[in-house]
Each structure stands twice: as structure tokens, then as C-alpha cells.
Design a protein around this ligand. Structure first.
Ligand code: GLC
Length: 752
């Protein structure tokens, strides 16, 4: 009771104070920013050191773990004001219970943040991010983030640890599944779309979430593709390839940022003053809140960067970390470090200000229960809007890798009158695995299996299902049934690939082929002589050389989420014409890794006929499928590429135009890509860099002229002096259907 009266007195005095200030300067209306600052300043002035450290502490509830749980008495810590933020706590009822403790049982009643990994959906699951990036449709991707936020916020979540924007050029790394592939230009566009989608125009809107760009920085470049491993690269490579998407998210006003587990430039990111202060605050002027990844403060001991946990906590705060996720290192040691003068109260206040600022922007001080509405939760979760978008986004994420003829006719799309389909493979009648990595609270039972999807899409066709084999292991006892079904069916459709646990965090693979005996099963199906369609359902680019060589029709469908079976059935029947384009290069074998389109030419560029050039003895340099590649059931013809000038000055646009015609017999969508090449620089430059893209729909026979503008700003890079600028000289500009299939023109940048 005393607590309640105390708090009431405090709130009343705060309110009176505010009213007085407001009245005093009522002549010059106090701006919302001033009101926010005054409110936070007053609150901070009331806080004890323990309460400040409590606001800098984030602990997981017991509901779902995304890492080792360090501390399960978080509820008591909330009550004592020692834990101001919780993650992995879900549902209106449960989060209301925790919020009531914070608001009604603590001295200051500061509301909790509720964080969660809403990466590609909350309960309705959309395609994994790598899949959705293959749509190249930033409008659709933004809508996915908006709907995921609408569903998660209806269940009491206020903060998502998304977007993950880590560039990756190594498909052995399991978390390639969570990002937008290998290219900084595309990944930056997608990062912005996700931040805007999650946060909307007003964070206090109870259908939006505060976003959190991660993982700062360059987490996607671990040596040998092994998760959490050392990252070691030049500052130029970091700034040109890995840094842009984080910066893009900051420019999109992302509310928070998460540090990464890895070291960069020899220093763990969580203790990097360069990354978290010099770059983030001094150069980018970032005002948001920085949270660590899970226990990454104490992990600096293992890194060999901190003597002990107290030293680690000091290093993190001095680097610029505002909130400690699950380490409880700030909780344990910061007070003592403060007393010893190792950290200052000014630093604490800065961190607390950013945490309180997020809570203020979310409207939590106005109404701590604004995200806690049972009726809304029931109405929104799995709503028709969610389920329909899950289908649309899934269909746009599928990439057609091959569609050759089999005995004279194209295998895909399948005719709706086809008599029988032998459906084979471990992902054919499975629900959970289609949810993919980081599927939050995705509901397995609502996932449409491939089998169900085919039965719905081909009602007059005999669908003969046999699993054939499991995801892993050597058991081939299921082959016979699969063979028997194949031999008496018109076509074989295979659903093969990875379990959802074979990609994502702590899921790197040294061999990225089909796991288990799935490839043997494919070979058996091909040996029947029947037309075979292979659908590869995984969280990473896989090595598919035998399949590419011997199977006439190949769809890379990834893990597509709740509507997986409906989406692939639509594509198999031709109801939907696939339009996806790869955002990650597919290597021929794991030995080619790292492999990516924007490579350097070298002084001995590849020549298959000259031994003394940069090549392998056993495979060509080219990938199996290049960045930007994806087929359609129709065909597109590019013609008449033009540039409007031969020379441009700094700041002067070059207009690039090209005709694209749908030369097939069905409507289709094409992602027209624009690349440039700087022929000579003060440092060597890549053979291509993506600088623009347009996704266009064309009816059969329709032709459109597509226009891009390129200026000197688009040609900037980190010069020999690490200045970010364009240099005059000769350039090439490319337009095409993939990074390996382009038309080209030349131009010159003059001046300066
Ligand atoms: C994990 C992940 C991070 C996630 C966090 C909270 O270890 O690295 O991406 O947001 O913990 O679940």
C-alpha cells in the first residue's frame, strides 16, 4: 500500500511539475521533443542507481529460450526494479501480469519493454527472410513486416529483434537464412522496408513494433562459415559490403540496434567503441538504443578481451552498450564499477535515457497496457489478412531454377488434368519444417503441407504420397514404396531439403548438399524415366550439381511458412508464374565458397584454356546459379539498351533505357537489374555492382521500356584514401535478367 501511495505521490508531483513547466512556457508551445526530454529528465532525476541499472537489464522469460537461460527469477527482479525489460514473454494475459508487477509494484512504475524475435511472422509465418528477399519486392516485404507487427503487438509484444541485415556470402553459415543475401544495395533496400514495416509512422500506434537492426556488425562473415567464429576483414570491405544495411536501417530511424557475438577488427563487437560510438554515434548520429546479443557481454571473457565479468560490463558500457541482454552483467557489477569510478553516472544516464526514450515513443508511459487487449489478440491472430499475405509472399519467393523438356515437352507447369502425381520426399507431408528457422510462435498445425496443397490444386488427380526417406540417416527402406508409386504415375514431384533446425543460429553445415540419402532417392526417381520435378526446400543455397545435370525441372522453394503447400501447388499448376530471383549465389560445390557475383577481376582473370589464370582444376569459376537468376514459365526478351550520354559530369544523371518484351504465352513478372562497373580506380573495383532494379509485370506479347538513372553518387566507393566518393573515368553499365546475363553500354564520368 505504501508503495502505491509513494508512487502516486511521485506521479502526481511529476504531473504537477510538468503542468507548471507547460504553463510557464505556454506562450511558446513546448515541442513534443521538449516534452519528451522534460519527462525523461524528471524521471531520471528520481531514479536510484539500482533502478537505472534495472532499466539497462533485459532478461528472458521462461516461455521460450533462444539461448542459455542465465536467470530464472526475473519476475522477482522486475518487482525490485532490477529488470526493466523482458523478452520471449507472450500473450496478453501473461504480459499483463508482468506489466502490472512493473507498473503497480515497483517504486517508479516504469513499464516493461516486451521483446521477441518476430523475424518472418509471429503466429502466422511468412517465408524465411532469404526466401522473401528473392521476391525483390520491397513493397511486399514491408507489408510482411507490418502484418507481423500487427499480429505480435496484438499478443503483447512491443519490440522485435528484427531486421537481421547481416550480409552473407557463405551458405555454410546457417543464419544466411535470416538475411537478404549477398548484396549490400538490395539488402539495404530490404532493411529500410522492414524497419518502416515494423515501426510504421508512429511507434505509439499499438499495431506497430519498435524494430532492432542486427547484428552489428559483419556477423555474416565468420571464417569457414562457422557460426560465432572470428570475422576478419579490411575496413574497406566492411564499409563497402557489410556496413551499408546497418546504416540503411539507421537512416530509416530504426529504434534500436543489437550488437553481434563476433569480433571485428580484433575487438568483440559488444566491446567495440569504434562500432558503437565512433561509427554509430559520432558519424551516423544514431539516437536509438543499443542492446547486446544474448550474453555477449560475459562472452568477452572467452574472447580474451575481458579479464572477468565486471571488466566485461565496463568494456560494454564504455563502448556504448545501453542494455544487457540476458548477461545480467550490468545488474551484477555496474554499481560497484560506478563506485570505483570505472564508469560514470553520466554514462548510465545516457543509456537509461535511450531506454526510457523507446518506452516513451511506444506510448507506454501514457498507457502501459495499450498493447494488452484480449479481444484484439483473438481477432488478429491468424486473421484472413495474415493467411492471405502468407500465401502471396510465399508465391513471390519461389525461384524456378530449371524447366527443361522431358521427352519433348516442358515438365512445368503441370496440367490440371494430369492423371497421377507421385509425391515423394521428407518435406512432402510435413508441417513443422516449412516454418523454417526463427519461426517465433508459428503454429505447426496450420501449415498447409505440400500433399494437402496438391490435393486441393489437383482435385481430379491421384496424388500418391510416399516419404521415401527421412531428412537424415541412411535408411532407404522407404524407397520401394516411392518407386512403386513413381512407376505408376505420370510425374514425380519431390519435396526434399532441410529440417528447419538445419539452418538458422548455431546451424552451420560443412557439406551443403541434400542431407541423408535424399539425393539417392532423387536418383532412383530419375532412373524410372518418369518426368521428375525437384522442389528444394531449405534455409540456404545448396549444392545441387547432380540434380541440375539430371533433373528437368527444379524449383527452389525455401521454407515458405504457413501457406507453403498452397504456394507450391499454385506454382506447380501454373496458377502462379514463378518470379523469384536468387539473392545468394549457388555454388557448384562447397569448395568454391566464398563465391559471389561482385568479385574482382584479378590480374589473371579466369580463362578455362590458360592454366596460369585464377581457376580450379576441377570446376569452372562460375557458380551453379548466379546472383539475380530465376526463370519464368514465360520468356522475356531484352533489346535496344541505350544510354542518353557518353559522358556525365558529377551530379549529372545518366539515363539508361532498355526494352523488355514478354515473348511467351502467359503473364509473368521480371526483375530487371542494373549493374555498373568502374573500369579503373585508385583501388581495384568489382566486375559488377548492383545499382538498381525494377520488378515489372508483362502480359503475353507486351513490351515495356524501362528507365534507370545513374549519377556520380551511385558510383561512390572507398578510395585509396578511404574517402567515400566517385572518381572520374570510364564505366560500364549493364542491364539484364541476372548478374550473368546482361546487355552493356559504356560511359565516362568526367570532371573534378
Ligand atoms: C539470439 C540471436 C539473436 C536473437 C537473440 C534473442 O542468440 O543471436 O538474433 O535476437 O538471441 O533471442
Amino acid at each position: 500500500m505504501i508503495m502505491k501511495t509513494l508512487r502516486k505521490t511521485l506521479w502526481v508531483s511529476l504531473a504537477l511539475g510538468m503542468a507548471f513547466v507547460f504553463f510557464a512556457c505556454s506562450q511558446q508551445q513546448t515541442s513534443p521533443n521538449t516534452q519528451k526530454k522534460q519527462f525523461i529528465d524528471s524521471l531520471i532525476s528520481e531514479m536510484t542507481v539500482e533502478e537505472k541499472i534495472g532499466q539497462m537489464t533485459l532478461l528472458t522469460s521462461g516461455w521460450s529460450q533462444t539461448g542459455p537461460t542465465m536467470n530464472d527469477n526475473y519476475m522477482e527482479m522486475i518487482r525490485k526494479g532490477q529488470c526493466g525489460n523482458v523478452f520471449n514473454a507472450l500473450t496478453v494475459d501473461y504480459n499483463r501480469k508482468l506489466q502490472k508487477i512493473a507498473v503497480e509494484e515497483t517504486r517508479l512504475g516504469i513499464p516493461l519493454l516486451f521483446g521477441y524475435d518476430v523475424i518472418h511472422g509471429f503466429k502466422t509465418i511468412f517465408p524465411i527472410p532469404l526466401a522473401e528477399s528473392c521476391s525483390w519486392d520491397t513493397t511486399m516485404i514491408r507489408k510482411t513486416a507490418r502484418l507481423a507487427s500487427k499480429e505480435a503487438s496484438a499478443s503483447g509484444v512491443t519490440w522485435t529483434f528484427n531486421p537481421m541485415v547481416d550480409i552473407s556470402r557463405d551458405p555454410r553459415w546457417g543464419r544466411i537464412a535470416e538475411g537478404a543475401g549477398e548484396d549490400p544495395f538490395l539488402a539495404s533496400a530490404i532493411a529500410k522496408a522492414k524497419v518502416k514495416g515494423h515501426q510504421g509512422g508512429d511507434l505509439s500506434d499499438s499495431q506497430t513494433l519498435a524494430a532492432c537492426v542486427k547484428h552489428m556488425a559483419a556477423y555474416g562473415a565468420p571464417i569457414a562459415g562457422r557460426d560465432y567464429n572470428t570475422v576478419d576483414m579490411s575496413k574497406r570491405r566492411f564499409k563497402e559490403v557489410y556496413m551499408p544495411p546497418y546504416k540503411a536501417a539507421v537512416e530509416a530511424d530504426v529504434a534500436s540496434m543489437m550488437t553481434s557475438f563476433n569480433e571485428l577488427f580484433g575487438i568483440p563487437a559488444t566491446g567495440s567503441h569504434y562500432l558503437l560510438t565512433e561509427l554509430l554515434r559520432d558519424q551516423w548520429n544514431y539516437k536509438g538504443m543499443v542492446v547486446t546479443d544474448y550474453t555477449s557481454i560475459p562472452e568477452m571473457i572467452d574472447h580474451g578481451y575481458a579479464r572477468d565479468e565486471k571488466h566485461a560490463a565496463e568494456l560494454a558500457l564504455n563502448a556504448g552498450v545501453d542494455m544487457d541482454m540476458q548477461g545480467a552483467s550490468y545488474h551484477e557489477y555496474l554499481k560497484k564499477s560506478l563506485e570505483e569510478g570505472k564508469v560514470t553516472e553520466k554514462q548510465l544516464n545516457k543509456a537509461v535515457r535511450r531506454v526510457l526514450g523507446m518506452k516513451y515513443d511506444l506510448g507506454l508511459f501514457e498507457d502501459p497496457y495499450r498493447y494488452l487487449d484480449n479481444e484484439r489478440e483473438d481477432r488478429i491472430i491468424h486473421s484472413q489478412e495474415m493467411m492471405e499475405h502468407a500465401l502471396e509472399s510465399a508465391k513471390e519467393s519461389v525461384v524456378l531454377l530449371k524447366n527443361d523438356a522431358h521427352r519433348g515437352s516442358k515438365v512445368l507447369p503441370l496440367s490440371k488434368d494430369i492423371g497421377s502425381i507421385a509425391l515423394v520426399g521428407p518435406l512432402a507431408d510435413n508441417q513443422r519444417e516449412h516454418l523454417g528457422a526463427w519461426h517465433a510462435s508459428g503454429t505447426d498445425s496450420l501449415v498447409t503441407t505440400v500433399r494437402k496443397g496438391l490435393e486441393k490444386e489437383f482435385p481430379n488427380t491421384a496424388i500418391r504420397y510416399a516419404q521415401g526417406c527421412d531428412f537424415t540417416g541412411n535408411d532407404k527402406s522407404g524407397f520401394d514404396q516411392a518407386l512403386a508409386n513413381a512407376q505408376r504415375s505420370d510425374v514425380v514431384v519431390m519435396a526434399v531439403g532441410e529440417k528447419h533446425t538445419q539452418s538458422g543460429e548455431a546451424a552451420s553445415r560443412s557439406d551443403i548438399g541434400l542431407p541423408g540419402v535424399q539425393l539417392d532417392l532423387v536418383k532412383e526417381m530419375v532412373a524410372t524415366g518418369k518426368p521428375v520435378v525437384v522442389m528444394v526446400m531449405a534455409g540456404r543455397p545448396m549444392t545441387l550439381p547432380w540434380i541440375d545435370e539430371n533433373v528437368p525441372a527444379i524449383l527452389n522453394t525455401w521454407h515458405l511458412g504457413t501457406r507453403a503447400g498452397d504456394a507450391v501447388a499454385d506454382i506447380l499448376s501454373g496458377q502462379t508464374n514463378p518470379s523469384g530471383k536468387l539473392t545468394s549465389t549457388f555454388p557448384r560445390n562447397v569448395g568454391q565458397i566464398p563465391i559471389y557475383y561482385s568479385h574482382k577481376k584479378t590480374g589473371r582473370p579466369y580463362d578455362p584454356n590458360d592454366g596460369y589464370t585464377s581457376r580450379y582444376l576441377d570446376v569452372p569459376n562460375s557458380p551453379l546459379y548466379p546472383f539475380g537468376y530465376g526463370l519464368s514459365y514465360t520468356t522475356f526478351e531484352y533489346s535496344n539498351m541505350q544510354v542518353d550520354k557518353e559522358k556525365i559530369g558529377f551530379g549529372e544523371p545518366l539515363t539508361v533505357t532498355v526494352n523488355i518484351k514478354n515473348t511467351g504465352d502467359r503473364k509473368g513478372e521480371e526483375v530487371v537489374q542494373l549493374y555498373t562497373r568502374d573500369m579503373v580506380g585508385s583501388v581495384t573495383r568489382p566486375v559488377k555492382e548492383l545499382k538498381g532494379f525494377r520488378k515489372i509485370a508483362l502480359e503475353p506479347g507486351q513490351e515495356r521500356r524501362v528507365q534507370f538513372n545513374v549519377s556520380s553518387d551511385d558510383l561512390r566507393f572507398y578510395t585509396a584514401d578511404m574517402e567515400y566518393q566517385a572518381e572520374p573515368g570510364k564505366f560500364k553499365v549493364f542491364v539484364g535478367t541476372s548478374s550473368a546475363d546482361v546487355m552493356e553500354k559504356s560511359f565516362e564520368l568526367v570532371g573534378k
